[in-house]
Design a protein around this ligand. Structure first.
Ligand SMILES: Nc1ncnc2c1ncn2[C@@H]1O[C@H](COP(=O)(O)OP(=O)(O)O)[C@@H](O)[C@H]1O
Ligand SMILES: NC(=O)c1ccc[n+]([C@@H]2O[C@H](COP(=O)(O)O)[C@@H](O)[C@H]2O)c1
Length: 201
């Protein structure tokens, strides 16, 4: 069985932190990070506001990301091996359908790209309030540092716009409170995944 989990949410909401905890405990679990598909800085458009438009879907090579996910869907064993993910031994009696393979797709604009929406078996979305987000973001180092005013001028307004768009899409999303402790968030999601997997077997 193949199972694809989306961990979307606001910048600095804790997506990577949660993902890194889950991949340590979920069996046969690979990960795709949307951040790995940002285009090079000279391919990022500059808006009328003067800011490089990092927080829009065209800043990402979504086709390449989709192809990476398709690669996992076609052959999760090969994908895991080529990404250095250890697989559980397959019992001699098991068929390939009995073996569970999990893919976590993590990123801030996961649910705003129509071709990917139906890939997800389960969609999580982490939110935190404006003040927490601004504070966490202020200490974060990206490959290209935030220029002054980017958060209020571009990052937060784009987050609000994309979130509304996602809510209007009718996708079935489980919202997570990113202000909860890292441990509580992990326990909540791990338990939910276990229950969902058991229901499918
Ligand atoms: N539940 C949490 N409570 C408090 N701080 C958190 C929590 N989860 C993550 N953080 C912190 O917030 C920052 C951003 O976390 P990260 O997982 O990189 O977010 P994202 O991948 O959503 O951008 C990091 O400094 C991280 O330690
Ligand atoms: N990884 C990069 O190359 C890069 C460069 C500039 C900005 N960013 C920022 O990354 C954010 C998304 O990533 P997080 O959800 O991990 O914060 C966006 O808000 C974007 O402004 C990333």
């Amino acid at each position: 069985m193949k199972y694809i989990i989306g961990i979307g949410g606001v910048t600095n909401g804790g997506k990577t932190t949660l993902t890194n905890k889950l991949i340590k405990t979920l069996p046969n679990c690979c990960v795709v990070h949307q951040d790995d598909f940002f285009k090079k800085p000279d391919h990022i458009q500059v808006g009328e506001d003067g800011f490089k438009q990092w927080d829009v879907i065209t800043a990402l090579d979504m086709e390449a990301m989709t192809n990476t996910i398709k690669g996992w869907m076609e052959n999760p064993v090969k994908f895991a091996r080529s990404h250095g993910v250890a697989l559980s031994p397959v019992p001699a009696v098991a068929s390939s359908e009995e073996q569970v393979h999990i893919l976590i797709v993590e990123g801030f604009l996961l649910y705003n790209y129509a071709p990917l929406l139906e890939a997800f078996d389960k969609c999580y979305y982490i939110s935190i309030p404006y003040e927490d987000c601004k504070r966490r973001r202020s200490t974060r180092q990206y490959t290209v540092p935030d220029p002054p005013g980017l958060f209020d001028g571009h990052v937060w307004p784009m987050y609000q716009k994309h979130r509304r768009q996602m809510e209007d899409s009718g996708l079935n999303i489980e919202y997570l409170d990113g202000v909860k402790s890292k441990e509580d968030l992990y326990n909540q999601v791990y338990q939910d995944i276990q229950n969902n997997l058991l229901n499918r077997l």
